[in-house]
Design a protein around this ligand. Structure first.
Ligand code: XIL
Length: 360
């Protein structure tokens, strides 16, 4: 008996010491120095977590690159796969940057979401000045889409086929494709993409579902129409460039409404801006950072309430606050992301993870 007791005491003590000594053993590895659980976004979230990637940072900033590898299992090129970047001249394509991003992702087991085959508002100058018949425009559209989709076939899992085709009032946005081909330019893009790769997932991507019921309805009508005529579409992207003051209810309603289509749902460009009234440059206080954190949490919660098989993932538009397009020239200085200017996790990061775990 005494021997058994001694043995048991010894075992408990030795196991404890053992685990302290190798704090990498699996059941203690998540505790940091002050005993908090410390895991990554991708380890915690039951859906893929993505970031929009800046090519220059990926090439040159080791901290940024390592953070992507550590935290994310999906990525979207912020600009490198847009028409204007890939196809700058009628007969010239530039693949270097996009290929670099795709190879980085594949080497690190990260999914690539392609953005975007057509962004009707932003075209290279040679497209804007293109002269030709309706058929010439269709041919040009087809060539672009199929060359790009085929180039990344088997590597890019999904594409935003068309980005931002509707106005907030639900009408078609004026653009060269609409003027020269007609509103069926949208379905043609989806058909061309499907022809080029039968396996890649095809998304329609837009912003504003959470504040414009008319735009939301236009998107739902598009899906209904596509389904009734067997036009291929697999998913909807909700950019979700949002701000702290947008109500949770509006966001939840938008997410539920698009999920009612049964398609895959991607929150594709999420950020929660906090500087919509402030002077140009500011440091957010704790109250504001906490409000931002709870907005992130409620977005994640709303997303988790849609069927799991429709959860294509949540992608934030950039990684650290300093990289946000919100901080580009002419805009208010902002702090809209999960990581701060030094790539340190913010309260929003913690809230995102807790919500993703169902703990908030
Ligand atoms: C933005 C990029 O972040 C900027 O760097 C670029 O100058 C303009 O485009 N909706 C989209 C994205 O679908 O492609 C946009 O990205 C942001 C709004």
């Amino acid at each position: 008996m005494m021997i058994f007791f001694k043995y048991k005491t010894f075992s408990i003590i030795s196991v404890s010491f053992f685990c302290l000594a190798i704090s990498n053993c699996s059941f203690v590895s998540n505790a940091n120095s002050i005993g908090q659980v410390d895991t990554t976004l991708k380890a915690i979230a039951p859906f893929p977590v993505g970031g929009a990637v800046k090519i220059n940072l990926l090439r040159n900033d080791r901290l940024y690159r390592n953070l992507l590898i550590k935290e994310y299992n999906s990525l979207t090129a912020e600009n490198a796969m847009k028409f204007v970047a890939l196809h700058p001249g009628k007969d010239s394509y530039r693949w270097e940057d996009a290929d670099y991003i795709v190879n980085f992702a594949l080497d690190n087991n990260i999914r690539v979401h392609g953005h975007t085959l057509i962004w009707p508002r932003v075209n290279p100058p040679w497209v804007t000045t293109f002269k030709g018949s309706r058929n010439d425009w269709k041919r040009m559209l087809k060539t672009h889409i199929q060359t790009v989709v085929k180039h990344f076939k088997g590597k890019v899992k999904s594409w935003d086929v068309v980005n931002e085709a509707f106005e907030d009032n639900g009408t078609y946005k004026d653009n060269v494709w609409l003027r020269n081909i007609g509103k069926d330019y949208i379905e043609l893009c989806f058909k061309y993409a499907r022809e080029a790769d039968p396996n890649v997932l095809l998304f329609y991507n837009d912003y504003g579902h959470e504040y414009s019921t008319k735009k939301l309805q236009a998107v739902l009508n598009l899906v209904k129409d596509f389904k009734s005529r067997n036009i291929p579409i697999d998913g909807l992207g909700l950019q979700m460039h949002t701000v702290v003051r947008v109500t949770d209810l509006k966001i939840k309603n938008a997410i539920n409404a698009v999920a009612s289509t049964g398609l895959l749902i991607h929150l594709s460009e999420l950020e929660v801006a906090i500087n919509y009234q402030q002077p140009k440059s500011f440091i957010p206080d704790k109250t504001l950072l906490d409000r931002q954190a709870s907005k992130y949490a409620s977005i994640v919660k709303a997303y988790l309430s849609i069927p799991k098989k429709q959860q294509y993932g949540i992608t934030t538009w950039n990684v650290g606050d300093k990289d946000s397009w919100k901080n580009s020239k002419g805009r208010n200085h902002d702090h809209p992301l999960l990581f701060d200017y030094q790539y340190q996790p913010k309260p929003a990061y913690k809230a995102f993870k807790l919500a993703a775990e169902g703990k908030q």
